[in-house]
Design a protein around this ligand. Sequence first.
Ligand code: ADP
Ligand code: MG
Length: 264
Amino acid sequence: MSKISVDTARLPLLLNELRLPAIGRLWQDIAARADKEGWPAIRFLSALAELEVAERARRRIERHLLEARLPPAKTLDTFDFNAVPMLSKAHVMALASGDTWLSNGANLLLFGPPGSGKSHIAAAIGRVLVENGYRVLFSRTTDMVQRLQAERQSLQLAAAIAKLDRFDLVILDDISYVSKDQAETSVLFELIAARYERRSLMITANQPFGDWGKVFPDPAMTVAAIDRLVHHATIFEMNVESYRRRTAVGRKLKAELQPADAPA
Ligand code: ADP
Ligand code: MG
């Protein structure tokens, strides 16, 4: 039997050229195992291919987590659903899995007083969606408006809004904090109208619609924006006392019940 010689020194170069870094890193270990256990060639090849694909998926999600600009540490694991009894955990979990609402371009609106956990749950849902392969962008609404206004000034608004299409979901946190002077241009309305029935928005606000008049240039546009947002929307009303204040009160009560000099 003739001995076939393999130029293993060339292999790393080939894998690099083909952009297969996971295989490049792992082939020696897998090859040693395959030789030892007498794997058929097809099993060896499939194992390498699986590794490269898994690594690609992991890197893609890592990239998408970075681009999503989610506030750190706001996850579903750290969210106390008991604090918001009107919020169904099962419903939140279903939304976080993506399914049909994102492919239909439906929206999610979260209302509740300051501290009720809107930003936390919005970020947490966003994070799970990214982990499930969706692309998400989290932005304070005022930042988004500022950015789109700059694009409008350089006559790039339509292109900028079209670029946001790559996100399955854009989260606009605190829409009611848009200031009167920011509302003079209608960039926010243009974003809402462009995504209507195509790409999803998640919006948080302290009040359901009551103070949205100052977010848009005129009442007709306010009505038109709300109309589009609610047409296909899930609405969560989180009417609970501020979680911050509640936990502060809890700590104070506990301190009072357990005087500092009491035995531990
Ligand atoms: P909002 O956006 O409604 O003003 P946040 O989401 O910023 O409120 O919540 C205020 C703080 O309280 C944050 O640090 C948040 O992580 C925490 N928080 C609010 N609700 C909850 C909850 N149900 N479980 C755990 N932490 C919460
Ligand atoms: Mg908030």
